[in-house]
Design a protein around this ligand. Structure first.
Ligand SMILES: Cc1cc2nc3c(=O)[nH]c(=O)nc-3n(C[C@H](O)[C@H](O)[C@H](O)COP(=O)(O)O)c2cc1C
Length: 198
C-alpha cells in the first residue's frame, strides 16, 4: 500500500493531529506489511496560494505554456501525480479558527483541476480520483462531533464535500477533541488512538 501523509499543523512534534495521523499510519502499516509512506509537511513546505499565474496555467494547453506558466503549474502537477499514485491518504487536519489551516487549503486548491481530478458530464460533476481510502486526523480544543458546538463543525463536512467531489468518497474521520477542556483533554488523544480501526 502506498500511503500519502499530509501534515498541516505548524506545531511540529507537539502537534496532536500529527500524533494521531502517525498512529493511523502505524495501524495501516501493521495491516498492510511493506507499505510505503510519502510525507508532506505543508506547514514547513507550503504550496503557494493560488495566484493569477496558477489559474492561467491550469487553463493553458501544455504545448502553449510559457516558461512562467510551466513553472506555475508544476506544483499542481506534482501534487496530483502523488495523489493519483497513493492508495491511502492520511490528512492531518487541526482546527485553527474553526477551519483547516490555510496550508492544507492551498494543497486542496492545487489538486482541484478540471479534466484532471474532476470533470462535468450532462448529469453533473464526475470525480476522477477513484479507489482511494482517506483517513482524516482532526484535533481541536473544543468538541464538534456532538453537543452545543456541533453547528460549528465545518471541517468534516468541507473535506467530505470537496474530496467527495473529486471522487474520494471512502473517508474515515478520527478526532482528538476537547483538548483544551479540563477532564477531557488529558485523555482525548489516547481515546482517539484507541478508536482507530483500519
Ligand atoms: C491559533 C489557534 C487557533 C485555534 N482555533 C481553534 C478553534 O477554532 N477551535 C478549537 O476547538 N480549537 C482551536 N484551537 C486549538 C487547537 O485546535 C488545538 O491546540 C489542536 O491541538 C491543534 O492541532 P495541532 O496540535 O495538531 O496543531 C486553536 C489553536 C490555535 C493555536
Amino acid at each position: 500500500m502506498k500511503i500519502l501523509h499530509l501534515i498541516s499543523s505548524p506545531r511540529g512534534a507537539e502537534s496532536v493531529s500529527l500524533k494521531l495521523g502517525n498512529a493511523i499510519i502505524e495501524k495501516l502499516q501493521a495491516a498492510n506489511p511493506g507499505s510505503t509512506v510519502i510525507t508532506h509537511n505543508l506547514a514547513s513546505t507550503p504550496f503557494p496560494h493560488l495566484e493569477e499565474v496558477h489559474i492561467t496555467s491550469f487553463f493553458t494547453p501544455a504545448e502553449k505554456q510559457s516558461p512562467e506558466l510551466a513553472g506555475a503549474i508544476k506544483h499542481s502537477d506534482e501534487a496530483i501525480a502523488e495523489l493519483m499514485s497513493a492508495d491511502a491518504i492520511v490528512i492531518d487536519a487541526p482546527v485553527y479558527n474553526f477551519q483547516i489551516p490555510s496550508t492544507l487549503k492551498a494543497w486542496i486548491d492545487h489538486i482541484c483541476r478540471a479534466n484532471k481530478t474532476f470533470s462535468y458530464s450532462e448529469n453533473g460533476p464526475v470525480g476522477l480520483v477513484k479507489g482511494k481510502k482517506v483517513y482524516v486526523s482532526i484535533s481541536s480544543g473544543g468538541i464538534y462531533s456532538e453537543g452545543p458546538m456541533k453547528a460549528y463543525d465545518f471541517i468534516e463536512p468541507y473535506l467530505r464535500g470537496v474530496l467527495g467531489f473529486l471522487g474520494m468518497t471512502d473517508l474515515t474521520v478520527y478526532r482528538a477533541e476537547g483538548l483544551k477542556m479540563p477532564g477531557i483533554g488529558e485523555h482525548a488523544l489516547e481515546k482517539a488512538i484507541d478508536s482507530i480501526a483500519v
